[in-house]
Design a protein around this ligand. Structure first.
Ligand code: NAP
Length: 472
């Protein structure tokens, strides 16, 4: 989504001298990779799309993966982006050549590409994390990650083990449970789960959207404002957070009668600390006869079972890892080397951070989309990406001046921004006790934006070039 958005805006201002490097053989990013049953978005479709390319005929409130991928292909087609994409081109290294004021990019195939400006759009959730389970090498069945779903595996009548119960598991487990002989969810922590107000758009609604495009804008605005309000739930100890907890517990009590199971499914941390999940079928699925929730840790895997710490052996034919992604080492495994040969890994030794999520001191003319501290728990990432693209386009405007070789954000400006951000963060639930993919092992929240998206939008309207060293 980031790359496509950037490319559309470049073309809009007549810049055609760019190339998009894509490691796979098709566009789509997360929506190409996550093909598990039930894969979809928990942000309403009319907001989970570009402001400049509204889609009047979203089939339902929360679109499923095929429709979102189709939308991305439509954008690619409509704006003539394919000729700019080089598929199967993985970047190994990007190195800044200060004398020339150029980035030298080395691909996996060993080719060197030079560029005045580099914009990364590699996402925060593209490298699946798979735990190293003792004995997994002896397992005779199939094992795969939810983000690399093995479509050739038939789960009918099988004993299925699902490790993890986050945003992905919650979507596919209800789809596969009816097929499985027995499905066991290996749960480390329970989640706060609230109902999903999903339904198909009626023909009438779609006709109205087509006939009166301003209605789409109005609907989008209404969704945006409603989601924006949800930020209040992420303020530590807030009344709104308690409302989510109440709604979630009500669902739990309505569907789960067994007190032992209810206790297992009740979270022990404040709502929002991990992503609040939307589902209407998770609790009913957990109550099924053929579904079990195991909270004992996995001790080892044998050829045909998972053995947990409590000594129970769970017969297993298929293991599905729904264990999330490697999230806090942004841009890895690419090696990015800035001025004075500083490696980004060194610059980020204490956790990734950036100026307004897009620029890093010492890495001139290098910009990120969906970079550090730009993830959200309450609103659409596409909104954030559009703010970033708008900001970067204005930086490119400055760079079009032939007297300017590069711009490099000042370390003081970056530090001041991050100090404020981390201070803000202290009042959020993300800084509270629970572990999540939003933070490093040391507890620094590196992934999330710390406030309303409107605040981000305000800050990103225009770059303040006093915050940059402009080198000519
Ligand atoms: P996730 O939310 O990070 O969940 C990973 C799960 O695996 C958690 O339950 C975690 O337990 C568990 N886990 C991790 N390591 C484990 C280990 N070694 N042993 C046992 N359990 C382990 O990952 P995800 O479900 O793939 O979702 C990631 C993010 O993708 C979401 O937060 C969301 O932003 C995005 N996503 C979005 C949508 C959408 O609708 N827009 C859908 C899917 C995903 P703990 O909780 O105890 O750590």
């Amino acid at each position: 989504m980031g790359g496509l958005c950037m490319a559309v805006q470049l073309r809009r201002v007549g810049i055609d001298s760019f190339v998009m490097l894509e490691k796979e053989d098709e566009i789509g990013g997360t929506w190409r990779d996550n093909t598990y049953p039930g894969s979809g978005c928990d942000v309403p479709s009319h907001l989970y799309s570009f402001s400049f390319e509204p889609k009047v005929n979203w089939s339902r409130k929360f679109a499923l993966q095929p429709e979102i991928l189709d939308y991305m292909k439509h954008v690619t087609r409509k704006y003539g982006l394919r000729p700019f994409i080089r598929f199967n081109t993985e970047v190994d290294e990007a190195r800044f050549d200060e004398a020339a004021g150029l980035w030298r990019i080395r691909t996996r195939a060993g080719e060197e590409i030079t560029a005045n400006v580099v914009v990364s759009g590699t996402g925060q959730l593209n490298r699946p994390f798979t735990p190293d389970l003792p004995g997994i090498e002896s397992f005779a069945g199939k094992a795969f990650h939810s983000a690399r779903w093995d479509q050739s595996v038939d789960l009918q009548g099988k004993n299925v083990a699902v490790i993890g119960n986050g945003a992905s598991a919650i979507q596919f487990v209800p789809q596969i449970a009816p097929k499985a002989k027995k499905l066991t969810v290996f749960q480390r922590s329970a989640n706060w789960i609230v109902p999903k107000a999903d339904r198909p758009y009626t023909d009438f609604e779609q006709r109205m959207f087509r006939r009166f495009p301003w209605l789409v804008k109005l609907h989008r605005l209404q969704i945006y404002l409603r989601l924006e309000l949800n930020y209040l739930a992420f303020v530590r100890g807030s009344f709104f957070g308690k409302l989510f907890e109440k709604a979630s517990l009500k669902e739990l009590e309505a569907h789960i009668k067994d007190p032992e199971l209810r206790a297992k499914l009740t979270p022990d941390y404040p709502a929002g600390c991990k992503r609040i999940l939307l589902s209407n079928d998770w609790f009913p699925t957990m109550a099924r006869e053929n579904v079990d929730v195991c909270t004992s840790h996995v001790e080892k895997v044998t050829s045909d079972a998972i053995v947990t710490r409590d000594g129970v052996s769970h017969p297993t034919d298929v293991i599905i890892y729904s264990t999330g992604f490697v999230t806090t080492t942004f841009l890895a495994p690419m090696k990015v080397v800035g001025r004075n040969n500083v490696d980004l890994n060194t610059a980020w030794a204490n956790g990734a951070e950036a100026h307004r999520g897009v620029a890093i001191a010492g890495f001139p003319n290098f910009f990120m989309l969906y970079g550090p501290n730009t993830n959200l728990g309450h609103n659409s990432i596409i909104f954030m990406i559009e703010c970033q693209v708008n900001y970067i386009m204005q930086c490119l405007g400055a760079l079009r001046n032939p007297k300017v070789r590069y711009i490099d954000v000042k370390k003081e400006a970056e530090d001041a921004f991050n100090r404020d951000l981390q201070e803000d963060m202290q009042s959020t639930v993300w800084a509270a006790g629970c572990s999540s993919w939003y933070k490093t092992a040391d507890g620094k929240v590196t992934n999330n934006w710390s406030s309303f998206t409107a605040k981000y939008w305000w800050q990103m309207r225009h770059p303040d070039f006093a915050e940059y060293r402009v080198v000519g």
